[in-house]
Every structure is written in C-alpha cells, then in structure tokens.
Design a binder for this molecule. Structure first.
Ligand SMILES: Nc1ncnc2c1ncn2[C@@H]1O[C@H](COP(=O)(O)OP(=O)(O)O)[C@@H](O)[C@H]1O
Ligand SMILES: [Mg+2]
Length: 229
C-alpha cells in the first residue's frame, strides 16, 4: 500500500488513489474565487479532525484573523484547533523586507518545531512578488521540496492565475511539484461555475476529467461528475 495523505473529501481522494503522496508538494493552481483557500483549509481542518495530523497554514496573502473568520463562515472553527495545539496559523507579511529565503526557512523551522504533517502555503504568488528572477524561484522551490520531503510533511502550495490566463504559475514550480490540481471559476451562460481537474500526480494513476465543484457551508468542497458529453 502506498502511503497516502487524504483530503477527507471522498470524491476528491478517489481521483488520486486515496490521497496525496506523503511528503509531496502539490500545487493548487487557479483563478480568484475558485475555492483554493477553502480546499486547502479543509485539508488542514480534516487532517486534524479526521486523521489526527498536525497542520500549519501559512497566510501570505491575507491576515490570520481574516482567514479564521472566513472559515468560521463555512462552519470550521480554527480557533478551537489552535487552542488544542493541533494547528498553527502563521501570518507572513510579504510587504516588509523579509528575504524570501528567510521566509522559507522560517516556515520549515516552524514545521520541524511543531512536528506538522501537513502544510499549506497561501500563496506562492505572494512570495513570487518578492522574488527577482525565475532562477531564484526554481532554487528556492527545489530547496523547499527537498526539505519538506525529508521531514515527511505533505504540502499544498497555492498559486494564483489571473482571470483570463491559462498558465498555471511562473512556468517553473509546476515542473518541480509532485502534483498539480487545477481549480477554475468560469462563466457559463449567465452564471459562474467552479470546476476542478487533477493535471498531474506523481506515482499515481489519477483521474483526468473535469469535475464540477460546489462550496457548501458545513461540508466544504463538493465534487460531482459532469454528464458525459
Ligand atoms: N460560507 C460560504 N458558503 C458558500 N460559499 C462560500 C462561502 N464563503 C465563501 N464562499 C465562496 O468561496 C469563494 C472564495 O473561495 P476561496 O477559497 O477564498 O477562493 P480562492 O481560490 O481565491 O482562494 C467566494 O468567492 C464565495 O463564492
Ligand atoms: Mg485564496
């Protein structure tokens, strides 16, 4: 049996042989409002409540308080998990002059100290802003991937794709990552629709179809198959 780290969302876990490869780094790529933050938060929340795995959520594009309030709106009390000592939500301001290497070191140190088995970085795009060249991004992500694999921490890294673009990130991280889950919000007819597809998952015979995605208060991310066209 391969060692898998489930989301705790049955329909999604079924697409990827039960979960993410343990210790892997998987990119959640997509447009604004597609549900990237919600899916990643659910990964951490379920990690604690269903699998007893500690998690760290690194907020780079919004404040801790904002994040917790938004998730409370979905029925998830992150304060309670924090008080139990099962999660840490760290806020890393990207505007101040903290070097990206220092920021990555800070995250990895925290993962080690806290013995986190799950990590979310929301988002890499916020980090990218502070980076100079593509070579720098590659070096840093390579370093991060190796360090996290060593400590066996399974990581979701969010990348933001601006509206109307088809690219995933900077064109670097997607090659290094162990997996890519694409999340889109698209206008269909006169309404917004969300969908998800697994683009890549190393060592996994994964599903290759688009799934309709709904966000439901209380249960979070819901997937349903499109009728065959
Ligand atoms: N309580 C809720 N119930 C249903 N949908 C919600 C709720 N809270 C937020 N949403 C939906 O989720 C979207 C934001 O999802 P989010 O994960 O933050 O997107 P992003 O991909 O930008 O990180 C909102 O635009 C809204 O449509
Ligand atoms: Mg977000």
């Amino acid at each position: 049996m391969k060692d898998r780290v489930p989301f705790g969302i049955t329909e999604l876990d079924n697409l990827i042989e039960g979960g993410l490869p343990r210790g892997g780094l998987v990119i959640i790529a997509g447009s604004p409002g597609a549900g990237k933050t919600i899916l990643s938060a659910q990964f951490i929340y379920n990690g604690v409540t269903l699998y007893n795995e500690k998690g760290i959520y690194a907020c780079l594009s919004e404040s801790r308080e904002n994040f917790k309030n938004n998730m409370l709106g979905l029925g998830w009390d992150f304060n309670k998990l924090e008080e139990k000592g099962m999660i840490r939500i760290i806020e890393l301001p990207t505007a101040v002059k903290l070097r990206v290497e220092d920021m990555i070191n800070l995250i990895v140190e925290e993962v080690k100290r806290f013995k986190a088995q799950r990590l979310v970085v929301d988002s890499l795009s916020a980090l990218n802003l502070a980076l100079g060249s593509k070579a720098e991004v590659r070096t840093l992500i390579n370093l991060l991937v190796r360090m996290l694999k060593n400590i066996g921490c399974t990581t979701l890294m969010i990348t933001e794709s601006p509206w109307g673009t088809t690219g995933i990130g900077m064109g670097i991280e997607e090659f290094i990552a162990d997996g890519i889950i694409l999340m889109e919000s698209v206008v269909v007819g006169n309404k917004l629709e969300r969908r998800l597809m697994v683009l890549k998952m190393r060592a996994t015979s994964h599903d290759t179809r688009y799934y309709r995605l709904n966000i439901v208060k209380g249960s979070g991310i819901n997937l349903s198959i499109y009728p065959e066209m």
